[in-house]
Design a protein around this ligand. Structure first.
Ligand code: GLY
Length: 435
């Protein structure tokens, strides 16, 4: 079967890499892909938000399965358009993807499903939101309702910060219409975990988990990023917790969406905080996480094509149960100088030609082949690549990831030195909790 991965980040390289290892896959394509997806398949010059272009490319290349990586094309209805064209797609419909594209919708689904999250209120007026935080005696998190490229969440330690965040969202519209409505939630504390499973509209596979590190600096300091690293399974993860999250937090949401005639088919990502009062849902996303995918795809033991086709066709019960390896994996992200602020691109990346092994993998993200036919790889984004190590212990996995990073260089390269170290593991959550 020919498969097409939609997207161009590290998550999409990890998906294409895992699909390319499936015996069912004759040829993986990516649109638009990056220098990493070009190593495992063929890139097509179509933007991931060009819905018509993706549908046309899938038809032209006789694609049997389209795997949609990022949230934006899902929110635009790419899955629905592919289905209407008779092409099987892994990724929820636009209606089901509202779980991520509208935070207020997600909260209403969680309430109806009886799934616990932080106390919250939804506001469409600035004055309502400001009055609420003025009368509230706890720190809050202000969230733009719509998609804001991972930047629409402000942790507010006091009322002044909450006022600034509300006005920036609702008056200044720094996230455009995505900030016309805000959700104001209580700020919770505890370790944070990203939980992933495959859903077919009614059923949910076994789930797995990883944590990510969002702040740019060592010790969880500095601005938020798209993710500086990840490791999994987390030290607190066990079968009992996995089953609790699956049964009590994720399946009720799948059932509620089915009741609303929006069956959820695709990767389901539940972002939780493990508080003293029990797990609380911070967010649901309609896709795999980035950089968590770079950790969990090497741990997926089942055939991804079988599982993804079963999700798309509502038949998870007909395939073997999904199996995840518990072998620790650590991903360390290399970024461009200046990221998450302005940065330059176009620098050659040296050291990529070493052989990959089953225990050391480099996933490209903001990296592209030079267009002079030289096969040189150039930086093309803020998060440039992730070095992933697997091992019998987290220490072994981490050492492998960092050893690989030492062999790669480009101008201005930076990475956090403390991903999955004992100190960073102990603090995961409290300082890093910005969804
Ligand atoms: N790692 C966070 C996300 O993918 O949204």
């Amino acid at each position: 079967m020919r498969v097409l991965v939609v997207g161009s980040g590290g998550r999409e390289h990890a998906l294409a890499w895992r699909l390319a290892r499936s015996e069912s896959v004759s040829e993986p394509f990516a649109a638009p892909g990056n220098s990493g997806t070009a190593l495992v398949g063929t890139n097509l010059p179509v933007s991931d938000t060009d819905v018509d272009g993706i549908v046309a490319a899938a038809i032209a290349h006789d694609i049997g399965l389209v795997v949609i990586g990022p949230e934006t094309p899902l929110a635009m209805g790419l899955s629905d358009r592919l289905a209407a064209a008779g092409i099987t797609a892994f990724g929820p419909s636009r209606a089901a993807a509202r779980l991520e594209s509208s935070k207020s919708f997600a909260r209403s689904v969680l309430d109806a499903a009886g799934v616990p999250g932080p106390d919250y209120r939804v506001f469409q007026s600035v004055s309502g939101a400001l009055n609420y935080v003025d009368s509230h005696d706890r720190p809050v998190v202000v969230k733009a309702d719509g998609l804001a490229a991972g930047k629409g969440v402000a942790l507010c330690a006091n009322r002044e910060q909450a006022h600034i965040a509300i006005r920036a969202c609702m008056e200044d519209r720094i996230f455009g219409d995505a900030g016309a409505t805000v959700v104001v939630e209580d700020w919770l504390h505890g370790p944070e975990v990203s939980v992933f499973g495959f859903a077919d509209g009614e059923n949910l596979s076994a789930v797995t988990a990883a944590t990510d590190y969002k702040r740019i600096g060592e010790g969880g300091t500095g601005p938020n990023t798209g993710g500086m690293g990840s490791y999994g399974p987390p030290h607190f993860w066990n079968d009992e917790l996995a089953e609790q999250i699956r049964q009590e937090y994720m399946l009720p949401v799948i059932r509620e969406l089915a009741n609303r005639n929006a069956p959820y088919r695709g990767a389901l990502y539940c972002g939780l905080m493990l508080t003293d009062a029990g797990p609380r849902v911070l967010e649901f996303n309609c896709r795999f996480g980035d950089p968590e995918t770079q950790v969990v795809m090497p741990q997926l033991l089942s055939d991804p094509v079988d599982v993804m086709l079963a999700c798309a066709t509502g038949s998870l019960h007909d395939v073997a149960p999904v199996r995840w390896s518990q072998r620790p994996a650590v991903a360390v992200v290399m970024v461009s100088d200046g990221y998450p602020g302005p940065y330059q691109t176009g620098f050659p990346i040296a050291g990529l030609d070493d052989d990959q092994t089953d225990d050391v993998i480099v996933f490209h993200a903001g990296a592209q082949l030079a267009d002079d036919g030289s096969n040189a790889v150039l930086t093309a984004g803020g998060r440039v690549l992730a070095c992933v190590g697997l091992g019998d212990t987290v220490d072994e996995a981490r050492n492998r990831a960092y050893r690989r990073i030492d062999g790669i260089s480009f101008e201005g390269a930076y990475h956090r030195p403390d991903i999955a170290t004992e100190a960073a593991v102990a603090m995961a959550g409290a300082q890093e909790s910005a969804c």
